[in-house]
Design a protein around this ligand. Structure first.
Ligand code: AMP
Length: 542
C-alpha cells in the first residue's frame, strides 16, 4: 500500500519559489567587483533567475547542458544558481584559483556550453577561451557599460544585456528530482580533477539538513555571510539553506581581507559567517591589531581544514563568538559533520567544552560514517582507535562524472581519504589526510596536532607540518612557520613551546621559517607544494 501524500519532486526551483513567495523582501546584499554595495532581495533574485532561464532557452540549451561560472559570491551568481538549475540545466562552478590549463581541462571534460564570468577573471578567460572547445557563449557578469569592446572573446555579451530584454515570467519545468543540478570538480592534488555531479534531490536534502539547529542552524532571523566561495561546493549549501528559510544573505565579492570582511559584518549586522580557517585568521589579525569588537556576530562555522583550538578559543573567549567546527568534502555536497554540543555537555567547564569543540563533530541525519583498519574491519568508537573514514548517505557521491576508474565506493561506502577517530558519543576527529600522516618509528604522528600547538603561539600566523625522511625513524615531523607581521619567535622558542603539550617524540625535529605557506584554490594548505619547496631540506643531525 502506498502512502496517500503528494509526491512533489524536490527541485531547486521550489527553493527560490518559496523564498520569493514567503520571504520576498529578505535582503541579498553584495559587495561587487566594482567595490560598491548592491542591494537586492529574494523577489528580485527570483524574477531575474527566470530571465536567466528564458535567456538559456533562447540559446536552445538542452536539458542538463552545462553552464559554467567563474565568479565570486554575489547576487548574479545566485541568480545563475537558481536560473540554470531551475530550468533543468546544470550549473558548473569553476574554481578561478586553479591554473588556467586545469580550467581548460575541466571545462572540456565537463563539456560546458556557456561560461559566465566576473570581470576580475577576464584575463583568465582571454587566456583560455580558444582552448575551451565546447563553450559557445561567453557572458560577462557586468552592466552593458562595463563590457570591454576589444576583449578578443568572440560574441562576448554582458549579463545585463543578455537577460535585460527577457521576460521575468517562466514556468519552471517539472522533472525527476534525481536529475543533475550542479557540478564541482575536486581540487585534484593527485591526477586529474574529478567531477562531482549533484542532483536536485541531493541538493535540497543537503540544504534541509544543513539548516537544522544541530547543523548550521539557519533561520529567517539570520544575516549570513558566506565567505566560503560559491565556486567551491556551493558555498556549503548556504545559498540553498538561506532560500529555504528566508535568511538574509551578505556576499563579500572579491574582498576577502580581514578589513573588508569586518566592515561587512558590522554594516550588514551579520550574525553568522562561514569560511575556511585561513580567512578567519586574517579577520582575527585585523580585529586584534585594531582592538575592535563584533557588535552582531554570534556564530561562525569553520571548516575545509582543521580549525586550530587557539582560533576557537580566541573567537569564543575574547569575542563571544561561538565557533562551529564543520567537516565535509566536495564528494559530500559537502556537509558531513558539525560540532555542536549535546545536553550532557552544557554544564562542562569552558576547557572541557573546548575539548569537544575542537573535534570535527557528529553526523547530520543523512550521513552515516565508520572507521576501518587496513583490512577493512570496523574499528571501535572509543575516541582512540584511528582508521580510514568512510561515509554514505543521499548527498554522498556514488560515482564521478564520466568516472572511467569505476565506482569509488567500497561495499556502498565512500572512502574519504581522511584518517579519524570516533568517540563513544559519535564525535569524529580527523587525525590527518591519509597521505599527510607522518610515520615515525612505526608510530603515527598527526600533522594536525603538531600544527595546532604551533598555531597557539602568539607569533605564529600559519603553520604546516610535514614528514621528512629519516634514516632511523623512517620519517620525522618538521614544522614550517609563517610568522605574524611584526612578530618574532626563534626556532628554539617554538620548540620549547611544545614541551609538556605533546609526547616528546611527537615534537617536530626542526622549525623552518617561510614567507608564505602555499595555499590551494580553496584556501587549504598545499602540503605537496610545501614538500616540493623543501625538497632539498635536510634534517639537523642526519
Ligand atoms: P574538498 O573536497 O576540497 O572540500 O576537501 C575535503 C577535505 O578537506 C576533507 O577530506 C578533509 O581532508 C579536509 N577537511 C575539510 N574540513 C575539515 C576539517 N574541519 N578538519 C580537517 N580537515 C578538513
Amino acid at each position: 500500500m502506498l502512502g496517500l501524500m503528494q509526491s512533489e519532486q524536490l527541485l531547486i526551483s521550489s527553493l527560490i519559489d518559496f523564498a520569493e513567495r514567503h520571504h520576498g523582501e529578505a535582503e541579498i546584499v553584495s559587495r561587487r567587483v566594482e567595490g560598491d554595495i548592491h542591494r537586492s532581495n529574494y523577489k528580485q533574485v527570483a524574477a531575474r533567475s527566470r530571465k536567466v532561464a528564458n535567456a538559456l532557452d533562447r540559446w536552445n540549451l538542452g536539458f542538463c547542458d552545462r553552464v559554467a561560472t567563474l565568479a565570486w559570491n554575489g547576487y548574479r551568481h545566485l541568480e545563475l544558481y537558481f536560473g540554470v538549475s531551475g530550468s533543468g540545466r546544470v550549473i558548473h562552478t569553476l574554481n578561478p584559483r586553479l591554473h588556467p590549463d586545469q580550467i581548460v581541462w575541466i571545462a572540456n571534460h565537463a563539456e560546458d556550453h556557456v561560461l559566465c564570468f566576473d570581470m576580475s577573471f577576464l584575463p583568465i578567460v582571454q587566456a583560455v577561451h580558444s582552448r575551451c572547445t565546447t563553450i559557445k557563449h561567453f557572458v560577462a557578469l557586468c552592466d552593458e557599460s562595463k563590457l570591454p569592446r576589444d576583449s578578443g572573446i568572440p560574441g562576448l555579451i554582458s549579463y545585463e544585456a543578455w537577460i535585460g530584454a527577457e521576460s521575468s515570467t517562466y514556468e519552471w519545468p517539472d522533472f525527476d528530482e534525481n536529475c543533475a543540478s550542479s557540478m564541482c570538480y575536486t581540487s585534484g592534488t593527485t591526477g586529474n580533477p574529478k567531477g562531482v555531479l549533484y542532483s536536485h534531490r541531493s541538493t535540497v536534502l543537503h540544504a534541509w539538513a544543513g539548516a537544522m539547529p544541530d547543523a548550521l542552524n539557519v533561520s529567517a532571523r539570520d544575516s549570513i555571510l558566506p565567505v566560503v566561495p560559491m565556486f567551491h561546493v556551493n558555498a556549503w549549501g548556504l545559498p540553498y539553506s538561506a532560500a529555504m528559510t528566508g535568511a538574509k544573505l551578505v556576499f563579500p565579492g572579491p574582498a576577502m581581507d580581514g578589513k573588508s570582511i569586518y566592515e561587512l559584518i558590522e554594516s550588514e549586522r551579520v550574525n553568522f559567517a562561514a569560511g575556511v580557517p585561513t580567512v578567519w585568521q586574517m579577520l582575527l589579525s585585523h580585529i586584534q591589531t585594531g582592538n575592535l569588537r563584533f557588535s552582531t556576530l554570534e556564530r561562525t562555522v569553520i571548516g575545509g581544514s582543521a580549525c586550530p583550538p587557539a582560533m576557537i578559543e580566541a573567537f569564543s573567549e575574547v569575542y563571544g563568538v561561538e565557533v562551529l567546527h564543520g567537516w565535509g568534502m566536495t564528494e559530500m555536497s559537502p556537509l558531513g559533520t558539525v560540532c555542536t554540543l549535546r545536553n550532557k555537555h552544557l554544564n562542562l567547564s569552558a576547557d572541557e567544552k573546548l575539548k569537544v569543540r575542537v573535534k570535527q563533530g557528529r553526523s547530520l541525519y543523512g550521513v552515516d560514517m565508520k572507521i576501518v583498519d587496513g583490512e577493512g574491519n570496523e574499528l571501535p568508537w572509543d575516541g582512540k582507535a584511528y582508521g580510514d573514514l568512510l561515509v554514505k548517505g543521499p548527498w554522498v557521491i556514488s560515482d564521478y562524472f564520466k568516472g572511467d576508474a569505476g565506482s569509488p565506493l567500497v561495499d556502498g561506502w565512500f572512502p574519504t581519504g581522511d584518517v579519524a577517530t570516533i568517540d563513544a558519543d559519535g564525535y569524529m576527529q580527523i587525525t590527518d589526510r591519509s597521505k599527510d600522516v607522518i610515520k615515525s618509528g612505526g608510530e603515527w604522528i598527526s600533522s594536525i596536532d603538531v600544527e595546532n600547538i604551533a598555531m597557539a603561539h602568539p607569533a605564529v600566523a600559519m603553520a604546516a607540518c610535514i614528514g621528512i625522511k629519516h634514516p632511523k625513524w623512517d620519517e620525522r615531523p618538521i614544522i614550517a612557520v609563517m610568522k605574524k607581521q611584526g612578530a618574532d619567535v626563534t626556532r628554539e622558542d617554538l620548540l620549547a613551546f611544545y614541551e609538556g603539550k605533546t609526547a616528546k617524540w611527537q615534537i617536530p625535529d626542526d622549525v623552518v621559517f617561510v614567507d608564505a605557506i602555499p595555499l590551494g584554490g580553496t584556501g587549504k594548505m598545499q602540503k605537496s607544494k610545501l614538500r616540493d619547496l623543501l625538497r632539498d631540506y635536510r634534517l639537523p643531525n642526519t
